[in-house]
Design a protein around this ligand. Structure first.
Ligand code: RB5
Length: 149
């Protein structure tokens, strides 16, 4: 297994079942899944789970990350506060492909109360299959990086 196949997963209480489905789905495709929980359905705070997953990606421990909450929005906002993270919420496969091809996203966020499990897995597949195109998009991604604190 190469380091390029290592991916971190995290969620809040609203998305545990979706997260477990994503974990099983991508593990079956050969990804080394680092699932950092939580493991119980007890109410928790999405910012700390978004930040924890983002740190794994920002540090280089994991190449990519997938995070989930009820809408995917709050946990995405937290992850994007970590320098080096480019995370987008996706509710369709086109956006999931584009955030990698054009935005060089290294994290995907999903809303378990927004997309069903089947669509969520298709979105994950689109995200993982896509590659950054570079070129003019690299200039724009560098402009995003320049905004980091
Ligand atoms: C939890 O109730 C909910 O607020 C959270 O999962 C998420 O949707 C926040 O953005």
């Amino acid at each position: 297994m190469t380091a390029s196949k290592r991916i971190v997963l995290s969620s809040d209480h609203a998305a545990i079942r979706h997260r477990q489905a994503v974990a099983a789905h991508i593990a079956a495709k050969g990804w080394e899944v680092v699932d950092i929980g939580p493991t119980t359905a007890e109410s928790t705070h999405y910012p700390k789970h978004g930040e924890a997953a983002a740190q794994r990606v920002a540090s280089g421990d994991c190449q990519l990350g997938i995070i989930l909450c009820g809408t995917g929005q709050g946990i995405m906002m937290a992850a994007n506060k970590v320098n080096g993270i480019r995370c987008g919420v996706c509710t369709d496969t086109f956006s999931a492909r584009m955030i990698r091809e054009h935005n060089d996203a290294n994290m995907l966020s999903l809303g378990a109360r927004v997309v069903g499990e089947g669509l969520a897995l298709d979105i994950v597949d689109a995200f993982l299959a896509a590659r950054f195109e570079g070129g003019r998009h690299a200039t724009r991604v560098e402009m995003i990086k320049a905004l980091e604190g």
